[in-house]
Design a protein around this ligand. Sequence first.
Ligand code: HEC
Ligand code: HEC
Length: 361
Amino acid sequence: MRNRYASVLQVALIVTALGGLYFVAVAKHDERDALRRTSMELTPACRDKLQAYGLQFGAEYRSPYALKRTGSAQTLRGYSQEDVRSIERGCNIFDDLQGYAAKSGARERWYANRYVRGSQTTCVHCHQRVGDKQDAAGNRLVGSNGLGASWVMADMYDRFTGMLLPHEFRQMQCYINSSNGFKPNSVDDVVRDVTAYSRFLAAALDLKIGNRYPEQGMDEIPASATLRRGDDYVRGAHVYRQKCAACHGPQGFGTVVDGRVVYPALAGPNAFSLDSRMNFQKVNTVMSGFICRNMPLGQEGTLENQQCRDIAYYLSTLPRPAGDLQGPLAAAWQQLMMTVMPPLTKYAETIGHHDATRAAN
Ligand code: HEC
Ligand code: HEC
């Protein structure tokens, strides 16, 4: 008889515990839903961008950008409150992946630092102007890695995997290697919100689905687009010191002030991984194209194709995290290199400097 009571009690305990967990989960879920519905504070760049493109709740949408550029704008289906929130969150995630601007930890749905290892990466380091780079006259720029243009291409043939990758999978790739992080689920909020934002950009810029626009992706630079003197990382290191080091640091570790990134790291633990397409030794045309079209900031387009390839080659020789395909040995090796190389390089530079001053005397 006592045994029977004991087992009934056991079952009751288990049921109560599970029931409790269930209610906690439901409450958490409601909390997140409520959070998704509340209005949010946009980052300054997102506020400007979304305001300029006239994002608001309503039955119809007409693009101010199209109106200004062509004198007419189609009337498109408008956005629900939910759409507006999703687009806003998408922009914030893209601009402020680390959540610096988010007011409290409870608002983690509006940033995505749980998906990246470093404390510095954010999408706009490589997709400039919140994924929509333009010149002063409002022209979108060739090879500026634009999000709207990427979205209208829908499924894109990917020559590296041999697959048709939807916009969502492209985002996932960028989390894994370009941001040295982890893969969010393709229906995770962070992916859906960035997709909503990209789709809005496409509508605001009046882009047509299925078209290829020049601001999509990189304006890649193959070796054949140079005088074919061969790529040289020593030459690259030289140009890097002259044109890039002032912002990105002598060893490419970037510049951080008060915990905020001013200039992103191009090497070291906070940079993209060996498997990122930005890594010259993985794909030698993409980073070269990025540099020639988008850097040095403020003097874009001043470098020659060969210089961009040389710098990209040099950057790929610096230590950085291993990629997701390389296994624990490579990861340990890179970790070791990231630890010993910086002080060694610094030491070598002080000796070199010393010799140089002696020679000058
Ligand atoms: C270190 C640089 C870097 C960072 C950081 C980065 N990306 Fe990318 N992204 C790239 C490169 C390079 C491509 C590929 C362009 C190509 O293949 O032409 C790309 C492509 C994409 C594409 C497909 C665009 C296209 O037209 O091919 C999407 C979408 C995307 N990234 C989203 C993101 C998101 C979201 C983040 C932040 C979590 C992010 N990226 C962070 C460099 C970066
Ligand atoms: C005036 C400062 C400045 C100079 C000079 C400069 N950069 Fe940048 N760079 C930036 C900023 C800021 C970003 C982030 C994107 C943005 O805000 O436009 C960036 C982004 C980058 C990125 C993409 C970020 C990443 O995570 O990989 C690369 C690569 C890069 N720069 C390479 C270079 C190279 C190579 C040079 C020299 C030819 C150079 N930069 C010169 C300021 C600078």
